[in-house]
Design a protein around this ligand. Structure first.
Ligand code: KIV
Length: 317
């Protein structure tokens, strides 16, 4: 199968002009990045939502630049086709344009991100335009901006009144004019999202903003149903991994306790050659030498080869 071409800011603009929808999801590590990339998403966001879904916090405010860089690096290793966007964490750009430039530069230079996302409207248009001139693509994020949680009085839908809607529309126009290559519209009425989408040249990516945006984004753990307690209206669950993961691990626990696992098929002996399917991490694709995280092929006839854990080699960029 022909590999998909790398998604760039130009691809996304073209998609808008041709009326093709953009599919974006979050990812925070190489394994998930590889899977969502193989599934054909256009954009992978290394969101500061990691403060909640990875770190277990109640909001995104404590997330640091070091953490964002760490997760960006991991995601970049897993992504081949999708564009990788790094989220600017709280207080990495709010104090000054200089802070914003330095930290956006770090996400690109150290984290390997191909673009950065920042929350806020017209107030951040100057930063966005400086970054674009430097050569760093910027994705805006307006409406319900989780880093302003305390100012908003909670995670609440924004832009319902006329004045509030106009402010969000003006913010979108300011970011578009500043050169943002796309804008996330979060938690706003779908009519407003539709109006913004008509008005701006760059693609809009909605989350809780209805169907009239140019694309959609969801937190990958939400769409997979990993958190049973979290059931907001805007999330559609495409699986119930919480149940499936628990069931699989329960089965493993039962088998370990009963001495059923490991059986002969999953053990090595001095005499028998290792089975062809045995790889250090169980992936046939990795064993055949495919994929970004090529862990190297394993010769099934080489005695003991399959019990040597091979390191994950970083992808040449
Ligand atoms: O941090 C994040 O994951 C986000 C998306 C939900 C848009 O900002």
């Amino acid at each position: 199968m022909k590999p998909l071409a790398k998604v760039t800011i130009q691809t996304l603009r073209k998609m808008k002009s041709e009326g093709r929808k953009v599919a974006m999801v979050t990812a925070y590590d190489a394994s998930f990045a590889r899977l969502v990339d193989q599934a054909g998403v256009d954009v992978i966001l290394v969101g500061d939502s990691l403060g909640m879904v990875i770190q277990g916090g109640g909001n995104t405010l404590p997330v640091t630049m070091e953490e964002m860089i760490y997760h960006c690096k991991s995601v970049v290793r897993g992504a081949e086709h999708a564009q990788v966007v790094g989220d600017m964490p709280f207080m990495s750009y709010q104090a000054s344009v200089e802070d914003g430039i330095r930290n956006a530069g770090r996400l690109v230079k150290e984290g390997g991100a191909e673009a950065v996302k920042l929350e806020g409207g017209a107030d951040y248009a100057e930063l966005a335009s400086r970054l674009v001139r430097i050569g760093i693509p910027v994705m805006g994020h307006i409406g319900l901006t989780p880093q302003s949680l305390h100012q908003m009085g909670g995670f609440k839908i924004q832009g319902r009144g006329e004045a509030a809607a106009k402010k969000i529309l003006d913010d979108a126009v300011a970011l578009d004019q500043a050169g943002c290559y796309s804008i996330v519209l979060e938690g706003i009425p779908r009519e407003l999202a539709g109006e913004i989408t008509q008005k701006v040249g760059c693609p809009t990516i909605g989350i809780g903003a209805g169907a009239d945006c140019d694309g959609q984004v969801l937190v990958v753990y939400d769409l997979l149903g990993m958190n049973e307690e979290f059931r907001p209206k805007f999330v559609k669950r495409y699986d119930n991994l919480a149940v499936r993961i628990r069931t699989a691990v329960e089965e493993y626990v039962t088998e370990v306790r009963a001495g059923i696992f490991p059986d002969e098929d999953h053990s090595f002996s001095k005499e028998a050659p290792p089975p062809a399917s045995a790889t250090p991490y169980g992936s046939a694709r990795a064993a055949s030498g495919g994929g970004n995280n090529d862990r190297g092929g394993i010769d099934p006839d080489a005695a003991g080869a399959a019990c040597i854990p091979l390191p994950i080699r970083p992808r040449e960029k």
